[in-house]
Design a protein around this ligand. Sequence first.
Ligand code: HAX
Length: 440
Amino acid sequence: MSIIEKLQQKFEKNALPTRERVNRLRKEYGDYVLGEYTLGQVLAGQKGIQALLCETSALDANEGIRFRGYSIPELQGLLPKLDPNGEPLPEGIFYLMLMNELPTEADVKELGQYWVDNCDLPGYVAQVLSAVPVDTHPMTQFSIGILALQKDSKFAAAYNDGVSKQEYWRYTMMDVMDLIAKLPSVAAYIYRRKYKNNDHIAPNKSLDWSGNLAHMMGFDDDGLKRLMRLYMTIHTDHEGGNVSAHATKLVASALSDPYLSFAAAMNGLAGPLHGLANQEVIRWVYDMLKELGTDTPSSEQIRNYCEETLEKGRVIPGYGHAVLRKTDPRYMAQREFALKYLPNDPLFHTISHLYEVVPDVLRATGKVANPWPNVDAHSGTLLIHYGLVEYDFYTVLFGVSRALGVLASMVLDRYLGLPLERPKSFTSEAMLAKIDATKK
Ligand code: HAX
């Protein structure tokens, strides 16, 4: 039996109770009132409105993310690792999110082997990427590379052949496995072309998925490989409503295949209020250090610089969150990594210093709902430490990881037969008229 058939067999068995539960909710509780929502919430970006089903992870405002019920510190102990003192393998968190079951070492090894064995890019993808101006933002190139791969979608081909809707999830899973296998190669191709004179590096298929990504980008030291395993694990999923996860769900709900759906997610991740914040943090910190003329600014200098940023009508990148109301546990996981492996790094000290100063500055505005750092406040400093200094590339790495969560969800959504998403919109004129009518 192939690994895909094995995964499908296990998935069907493990996902059946979820399908039964969702069908029960549909049949028996369709008229259950979830809550009321206000016009204010809609105009604030639908914040706090529970309107999406997502099983792979759940986000608590104070505690942070749990993947299938497990927190990041718990998973650091429970997921298989290459080295007992190292970081978990992201293959394991994908398996957990997809199967709702912790993987064995053998599960993770088999999955990772499939991904690296299938990482080679078709020649036409390299041709498409080579035609893009090299100064095009890496996230735009990433989205183009993903779309170029769509030609080989097994879901799209099966749909064209008239496959039954009961079988959609099987072809979705095949595409998901192929796409995840190829994303590190797309990312590495863009990286080597843009920053390393188009000098490409062949995959090393004896490495794990993250290790091979680091290798193809040109980093063969243990440090970056170790960091990649943590990075690729913690950026995977953040429940269903964030822009990249929701974009995947929305586009997939039209029965678009995983390539089309995931490219949409990446276009959302490329926004500065979402994933692009990881490059913006480093850009903003470097601008600050340059303007202040020091690598070790005082708290007062940092405070003044933050206030200037706010006065200019800009945000302080890496701080704030639409759901979280405490420090992001993904920030803390990276901080612990830094304390363990790079405690004397000067940029890490600046990032830690910001953590002491920025929350008070944001609180003083009186309007910021969450003054604490999010995942993006910390990731750049770790990458820079290991020599990955091209910060406009960072969101691509976030994107490679995000695939694991949103595409695991997509397989499940197809299995559950979730319908087309189609909320109702209104015009402001009609809304005011409606409100006026209720006052009469
Ligand atoms: N700096 C300055 N102002 C901020 C701020 C920050 N870091 N965070 C929030 N605010 C402002 C908002 O811009 C908003 O101002 P206006 O009323 O003038 O429009 C006000 O505070 C209220 O916003 P909020 O309710 O606290 O936050 P939202 O839910 O609207 O937005 C954001 C959440 C993450 C977009 C926001 O906090 C932000 O812009 N942060 C900086 C960018 C960032 O780090 N993004 C990454 C978030 C995590 C993520 O998705 N990673 O991929």
